[in-house]
Design a protein around this ligand. Structure first.
Ligand code: DP6
Length: 335
């Protein structure tokens, strides 16, 4: 078989990955815990084809930019080395949500790509092996392979300098199925524009220049461990409080290095979440490497929280998502 199609969903980190281990290989400096989201999706088709002179990447119907093409070919090269496949590939991929604007399109994008590319090259890899492959391109993508609530450990602390560390494996793992916690994630979209600083670059600048980088790397595993316990105990309020604390600590470390993803609309949306809490509705916010605010609500209170967030200044639309499935192969061909 030389063609395969896949679907993957973005995931939202409740405890955030921000910062990499020094020495190369894209190993996170901190553990993270995410929820894979049904309701937003990436569909990808990979076809190895002897008539191609180079890899061809089509994203949302248009030829991808050089940076995306290079990152995609890097993953395809790993698949070619592992499988013996020598042909170039055509990758066609579509997101049904804004691309590269802090809505985690790289997570679903590389998860879908890793799954379709390994299968198209004839490899029968486990989800864990595919997760490790996706992690090398974008660490958050490692988590989108799995259903529900997912953990990606930090990379090993003792990596030597300067290597791709192809022999060191680090995969995400499922902690709890999608039905474990009756959670709704309201993605409050504040702009459809692409973000100015990609997350890899934002992390690099934070680690290099933030006076709080070390504080973040020390605090993140503690927040993570407490959040993991709260999740396993199905304690929605503790999960929400810790998720908000993780996001605020991550952004505080980034902001101190001049890496500012927030806009006025982000601050207004955060204020709207605090007002909801003051009025007795348990809602909590998280923010990734972009201006959007994702609100965690009990499924039973989602409609009220959605209406309040729609009314927040600067919120253009609200996408409602639930915990969902991991990446999977599908039959249908996309064009
Ligand atoms: C803020 O996975 O996009 O969304 O590994 O450099 O591709 P790279 O970074 P990426 O970073 C995601 C950062 C985050 C937090 C998270 O998803 O854990």
């Amino acid at each position: 078989m030389s063609e395969a199609c896949s679907i993957a969903h973005p995931n939202i980190a409740l405890s955030k990955y921000w910062g990499k281990r020094p020495g190369g290989g894209n190993f996170p400096a901190v553990p993270s815990l995410s929820v894979t989201l049904a309701g937003l999706e990436t569909r990808t088709r990979v076809r190895f084809d002897s008539s191609l002179q180079q890899d061809r990447i089509v994203l949302n119907g248009e030829r991808a930019d050089a940076g995306t093409e290079a990152r995609t070919s890097e993953l395809l090269d790993r698949v070619r080395r592992a499988s013996g496949e020598e042909r170039h590939a055509e990758v066609r991929t579509r997101n049904d949500f804004p691309t590269a604007s802090g809505l985690a399109s790289s997570a679903s994008g590389f998860a879908a790509l890793a799954l379709a590319a390994t299968r198209a090259a004839g490899l029968s890899w486990s989800a864990s092996q595919v997760s490790d492959l996706a992690r090398r391109s974008s660490a958050s993508a490692a988590r989108s392979l799995f259903d529900g609530f997912v953990e990606l450990p930090a990379g090993p602390a003792d990596l030597g300098e300067g290597g791709a560390h192809e022999d060191v494996v680090l995969s995400a793992r499922s902690l709890a199925p999608a039905g474990h916690l009756a959670l709704t994630v309201l993605v409050c979209v504040t702009t459809e524009a692409r973000k100015a600083i990609g997350s890899s670059e934002g992390m690099r600048r934070t680690m290099a220049a933030s006076p709080y980088a070390q504080a973040w790397v020390e605090e993140a595993p503690r927040i993570h461990a407490r959040l993991r316990d709260a999740l396993l105990a199905r304690d929605f309020v503790a999960v929400g409080e810790l998720a908000e604390a993780s996001a605020l600590a991550m952004h505080a470390s980034a902001i101190a290095a001049g890496v500012i993803y927030w806009t006025g609309a982000t601050l207004d949306a955060l204020a709207a979440v605090r007002s909801l809490r003051a009025a007795g509705t348990q809602a909590f916010a998280t923010v990734d490497a972009g201006p959007h605010v994702k609100v965690l609500a009990r499924a039973s209170e989602a409609a009220r929280v959605r209406d309040a967030m729609r009314a927040a200044p600067g919120v253009e639309r609200v996408i409602e998502a639930r915990p969902g499935e991991g990446a999977r192969l599908v039959d249908e061909v996309i064009t």
